[in-house]
Design a protein around this ligand. Structure first.
Ligand code: GLY
Length: 366
């Protein structure tokens, strides 16, 4: 009897970017999956163009799906120019960088996560260690850092001159009734806060119209139809210390089921947590929805449950952004955002590019 790998290798029916196959019809039934060779496909948030490219190269060199995408997001985590992830990520209200990450490995059904961890440039590697070397799925705060140290991760200062400058300016703008001087008053050049639409190609999103909120999510399927997902972030800029977003929450910031697909998110984590966003997308794909349509449907749920007036524009629509990304076991993929203008990174067998995200609403509507 041939192994599953043999079956995959000897099957025919390679088509552009996708394999042939069917999904299980029920949640618990024996997987009714017939997967033939899949074109390796990786999707990520728009700041992950190099990440998807590296991940697919790593697969070609024989890496497992989880190692491939973790190496991909490591590029962004250690890049001080990305102020939404890892080293150089914007700090919390006390000026301390607290990072979140989670990941899932499809073939072993493994999961690991860290939340509000300080001093580690690449929290996705600590999440990987949680998955591989503990009986737990989520470590937080000081305990997460102690675990990281025990596993050999260096503890470093993650604040860069640029992220400190921006935090100092944010602190000065908080109130005109304290002793902190605004840049104009102190003779420093004034930094203009950008509005969400000025974040351009979706590289950054805003939590509340002022504070930038980025993240990287990356999801992959390899030639065998095996899947993995990872999300890593510094979270909401200037957040209340201890605030944890969706990124380290398995089922919210990312989710992977090796029978079906993988999905993840960027944007306002509170909205994603409340709707179990990534798990919802995978369940919708399980029921046969295309990844793009599953992302859109999960976004509709966010819109539906956003009833707080502080979170709604005059037209009733959310005043924040969420982006979803997904790939299924057959190599079909998609990305979607609440508002038009977002893009996402994709690499299909080595050809990396940015594609326009599907969306629910035009930005100019409100
Ligand atoms: N989606 C990232 C966060 O809310 O922290």
């Amino acid at each position: 009897m041939g192994s599953r790998r043999d079956f995959v290798k000897t099957s025919v029916g390679v088509s552009a970017g996708a394999a042939l196959g069917v999904f299980p019809k029920s949640l618990h039934g024996a997987p009714n999956v017939v997967i033939r060779r899949v074109t390796p496909t990786c999707v990520a948030s728009a700041n992950g163009l190099e990440a998807v490219s590296l991940a697919i190269r790593e697969l070609a060199n024989g890496a497992d799906t989880i190692d491939a995408i973790v190496r991909g997001v490591n590029l962004v985590e250690q890049d001080p120019r990305d102020t939404s992830v890892g080293y150089g990520g914007l700090p919390n209200q006390d000026g301390v960088v607290q990072l979140d990450s989670s990941l899932m490995h499809g073939p072993t059904r493994g999961a690991g996560a860290v939340a509000a961890i300080e001093g580690v440039k690449r929290p996705s590697l600590v999440a990987l260690d949680v998955m591989r070397y503990t009986d737990h799925h989520l470590l937080v705060g000081e305990g997460a850092q102690r675990f990281a140290k025990s596993m050999g991760h260096p503890i470093e200062d993650l604040v860069t001159p640029e992220s400190r400058r921006r935090w100092i300016e944010w602190r000065a703008r908080l109130s005109d009734q304290d002793d902190y001087l605004l840049p104009a008053e102190s003779g420093e050049p004034v930094e203009q806060f950008r509005t969400p639409s000025e974040f351009g190609d979706g590289l950054l999103d805003s939590h509340d119209g002022f504070r930038p909120q980025g993240t990287i999510n990356c999801d992959i399927v390899d030639a065998n139809g095996d899947l993995s997902s990872v999300t890593t972030t510094s979270g909401l800029a200037y957040k209340i210390p201890g605030r944890v977003g969706d990124s380290p929450i398995i089922g919210a910031g990312q989710y992977c089921d090796n029978d079906v697909g993988a999905a993840g998110s960027t944007g306002r984590g509170e909205a994603v947590i409340k709707t179990c966003g990534s798990h919802t997308i995978v369940e919708l794909m399980r029921n046969g929805m295309h990844p793009k349509d599953a992302c859109l449907e999960a976004l509709r749920r966010i819109v539906h449950v956003t009833v707080e007036s502080r979170l709604r524009r005059e037209d009733g629509r959310p005043n924040f952004s969420v982006n979803y990304y997904a790939v299924n076991k057959m190599g079909q993929y998609g990305g979607a955002a609440i508002y038009a203008g977002a893009r996402y990174a994709v690499s299909v067998d080595g050809d990396a590019r940015l594609e326009d995200s599907a969306y629910l609403f035009e930005r100019a509507d409100g």
